[in-house]
Write a protein that binds this ligand. Structure first.
Ligand SMILES: Cc1cc2nc3c(=O)[nH]c(=O)nc-3n(C[C@H](O)[C@H](O)[C@H](O)COP(=O)(O)OP(=O)(O)OC[C@H]3O[C@@H](n4cnc5c(N)ncnc54)[C@H](O)[C@@H]3O)c2cc1C
Ligand code: SF4
Length: 438
């Protein structure tokens, strides 16, 4: 199958330029750190302070954060946005919905020899190296400039705490179907990011007083296609139209924009999500093959089969380590497969070291007290950047170490920690990965 393959990162950079030419102000390097909620209505966001030390005290060059107030605020942080999470709780946006489901996507960019390059070649597959209880699939695209994009998307509803999505991805590239495209090439970029994949049954209410939750922050991705750009953009377009109409009619802001819901539910994007509502639950319930057959039959029958639900949370799906054999992943060969530290280096991740840790533990003792004996502390393996380690302190006791500087902002820890003990918050603005051409 041949297609024209582009980088979403480059598309966004180009769209940013177009928006600026139309007068839109963009503030790169500033993170929204909190929501301003007054009298039950969202009034804007708070940009965090710059120049706060690890001890929480202002350092030289400290800059007070700003308030950005608006009649309506649209939240589009992508999968598991930390403000989105707060809004969902604050306004009970997920009431009556199935729990949201997520996947982790790992991706690399390779420069490949000219004779191996077939621009537009698109390959998708599933199965090995994932076991039958772990669902996911891989992709390999030949992009422009003699580059190949390769990636694995793995459901975060997996049960085995010994699993390491990063290592699954590394060994996956050794399969001949994939390795023939990469051999002789050079890996030039690495990244990882969660994606929201629950679909329509898990989609929270997207409206609340003073704002809207859109794109993957809400969960508009169509998992049947593993595509979310088109539906996220459509939710943004519908949101913009709804706000524009309201303001033009003299609306003073702070209201719940129910016209958005009407327009969204009348859109092709909503129809698309409706048609694939059972896709994820069928795979979770019946496995990749039988679930795939269910979805195929459902499509043929014009969506007449029962709408399936998966009501187990992703973190709740994790089982004790004692129920599984430890997985010994092969050592990376440095040609096709690599370790986490060299990978993180290629993500251009950078955080000011002297700042408060943006990975907050509700109970700092829990990782060693509960997670280590029960789940062999899975954060050591599900984090694709080696942020979490269990090390020995001077007395030889285990200690949970957080190397937050390595964090590639994938949000997996916020999703998969079995006790929901980790909260990802935005670090000082500008910190995080910097992906070229991804
Ligand atoms: C590995 C992988 C491969 C994929 N492949 C495809 C594909 O081929 N085709 C496709 O259609 N979809 C694909 N997707 C899905 C697609 O990337 C998403 O559906 C889409 O990007 C969602 O768009 P969004 O604008 O809602 O969120 P995002 O694209 O995640 O954008 C959110 C933005 O907000 C910023 N942000 C977050 N929090 C804050 C904050 N507090 N303050 C300031 N900024 C903040 C983030 O840095 C980010 O730039 C893929 C996803 C993954 C992980
Ligand atoms: S610390 Fe959390 S958000 Fe950061 S890379 Fe690791 S799993 Fe992802």
């Amino acid at each position: 199958m041949n297609r024209y393959v582009i980088s979403a990162g480059n598309l966004c950079r180009w769209l940013g330029e177009q928006a600026e030419q139309l007068g839109v102000e963009i503030f790169p390097g500033f993170a929204a750190q909190d929501v301003i909620i007054e009298d039950g209505s969202v009034r804007g966001i708070l940009i965090g302070d710059m120049g706060v030390g690890a001890d929480g005290q202002p350092k030289d060059g400290h800059m007070q954060g700003m308030e950005l107030r608006a009649k309506y605020t649209l939240f589009a942080e992508g999968a598991r946005g930390h403000l989105g999470k707060r809004l969902i709780n604050e306004f009970s946006l997920d009431a009556g919905r199935d729990p949201q489901h997520y996947g982790i996507g790992l991706k690399e960019l390779w420069d490949v020899p000219a004779e191996q390059h077939e621009p537009g070649l698109v390959l998708h597959g599933s199965g090995w190296p994932l076991d039958k209880n772990t669902h996911g699939g891989w992709f390999l695209y030949h992009a422009e400039n003699q580059q190949v994009v390769v990636g694995l998307i793995m459901d975060l509803s997996y049960q085995n705490p010994w699993l390491s999505p990063f290592d699954e991805f590394q060994r996956m590239k050794h399969h001949p179907v994939l390795s023939q495209h990469l051999q002789g090439g050079k890996r030039v970029a690495y990244g990882a990011r969660a994606l929201t994949k629950g679909g329509l049954n898990c989609l929270p209410k997207m409206t609340f007083a003073g704002g809207l939750l859109i794109g993957c922050d809400a969960g508009t991705l169509n998992f049947a296609k593993i595509k979310g750009l088109h539906t996220a953009m459509k939710s943004g377009l519908v949101a913009a139209e709804s706000v524009f109409e309201a303001l033009q009619a003299g609306d003073e802001g702070g209201q719940e924009l129910t016209t958005f819901t009407e327009k969204w539910e009348a859109s092709w994007a909503y129809e698309e999500l409706k048609a694939s509502a059972s896709f994820g639950p069928a795979i979770h319930k019946y496995g990749t093959v039988a679930g795939g057959a269910y979805n195929f039959a459902n499509q043929l029958l014009g969506n007449k089969l029962p709408n399936l639900h998966d009501t187990t949370t992703d973190h709740g799906a994790l089982k004790p380590a004692a129920e599984f054999e430890k997985i010994d992943y092969p050592k990376p060969d440095g040609k096709l497969s690599f370790d986490k530290s060299t990978s993180v280096f290629l993500s251009n991740t950078n955080h000011e070291e002297d700042q408060p840790c943006h990975l907050q533990l509700s109970d700092p003792e829990l990782p060693i007290r509960d997670n280590l004996p029960t789940y062999a502390e899975p954060a050591q393996r599900y984090c694709p950047a080696g942020v979490y380690e269990v090390v020995e302190d001077d007395a030889g006791n285990p200690r949970f170490q957080i190397n937050f500087q390595n964090c590639v902002h994938c949000k997996t820890c916020d999703i998969k920690d079995p006790a929901q003990n980790i909260t990802w918050v935005a670090p000082e603005g500008g910190g995080g990965p910097n992906y070229p051409n991804m």
